[in-house]
Write a protein that binds this ligand. Sequence first.
Ligand SMILES: [Zn+2]
Ligand SMILES: [Zn+2]
Ligand SMILES: [Zn+2]
Length: 371
Amino acid sequence: MGVDNVILLENLEWFDETGRELLHRLPEHGSGEIKWGAQLTVRESQAGVMYYKGRACDAFGPGRHTLKTGNIPILTKILSAPWGLKSPLRAEVYFVNLKVFTDLKWGTRDPVAFRDAELGMVRLRAHGVFNIRIVQPVLFINTLAGTMGKYTSEQVEEYLKRVIVSRFNDYLGEKLRTLFDLPGHFDALALGLQQRLTKDFVRFGLALDGLYITSITPPEEVQSAIDDRSRLSVIQDMDKFVRMKAAMAMEKAATAGGEAGAGLGLGMGMMMPGMFGGLQTKTPAQEAEVVRCPECDNTIPVDARFCPYCSHQQVVVRKCINCGKNLSANARFCPRCGHPADEKPQIAVCPHCHANNLPGAVFCNQCGRKI
Ligand SMILES: [Zn+2]
Ligand SMILES: [Zn+2]
Ligand SMILES: [Zn+2]
C-alpha cells in the first residue's frame, strides 16, 4: 500500500478483539479523508482522537459523534481550509484504549553495561512487568505517534520498554556501587525506578500503575566466577561472597516456589520476587461523572476541556518538554518558560563511546559511563 493511497472515511469505529491494543489508527495505512458529517463511534473505555496535519487536536469520549466543523472546537480554531460536502478533510483518527494494561513485560534485549566498583564492567540482563493506563489520549498520541513516530501498539510498547531499560540503567549507575550490595538495595531500587518512570510516563499521557523488577541477571562468566572457588580472585572479601551466595539461595527458593520466573531464563540469575514497588491500581477517572481539576481541586464535569473555575486546560494536547506546562494545540512557544513548543527531545550521544541513548539518559547503555 503506497503513501499516496487515500481512504475516504465515513464510518469510524474500532473494536479491539485482542484486548491488547493501546491504540489504533484509522485508516491503518496511507492517509485518510474524513467525509463531512461522518459518523464516529467511540466505545466504552475508548477515546477517539482527531489527528490533523501531523498533530492530535481533539478527543471524543464514548458515544456516537457526527463529525462537522462546528463539532470539533479545537480543530475549528486551527483549521485553515474549509471543510464541506465536496471537500473531505484530510485527517486521521486514532482510537485509544483507556483500560488498564496489566502484566506488560519489559526486559533488556541486549544486556546493559554496569560499572561495578569491584567486578569492573558487567553486562546485566533485567526483566520485569509493568501496568499502564492512558490518561491523556491527545497528549499520548502527540508524543508517541506525532513526535516519536510510534503508530502501532507494538511500536509504542517497544519504545516504553526501551525507556524503562534506560532508566533502570541510570538508576543502577546512580545508586548501586557493586552487585554485592544488590540484595540490600533491591527494594529501594525498584521503588526509585518506579518513581522516576512515573514522571517520564506522565509526559506521554500515561499513568504507571505498577512497575516490578523480577530479575537482575549477571552474565554466566561472572556467575561462574562466583560459583567457582578456584576463580575467586576477583572477590577479596569472603563476607561479600557469603552475601552473594545468600542472594542466589533466594533465587533457588523462588524458582522452586512459583512460576514467577517461568520463561524468563532465570536459572543462573539473581532473582528477588515479591520485592515489588507498591502503587495501587486506581479506578480510572473516566468511570466517574465528575473529576477534580488538578490545578484548583474543584469538582468539574468529566468531559470539560477547560476548568470553569480556573481555566486550566483539562484535555492535555502537548506539554512543554522543558518545564512540563500544558500547551495549547497551536502554541509556538511555552508561555511559562519560552521554550519552542515543537522541539523534539534530543537523543543523548555518549561522549565516551558515541552510542545513542534515549533523551535524558544519564548513564550510557553501551559502556556504562556517565553521559
Ligand atoms: Zn481549576
Ligand atoms: Zn516551558
Ligand atoms: Zn558510552
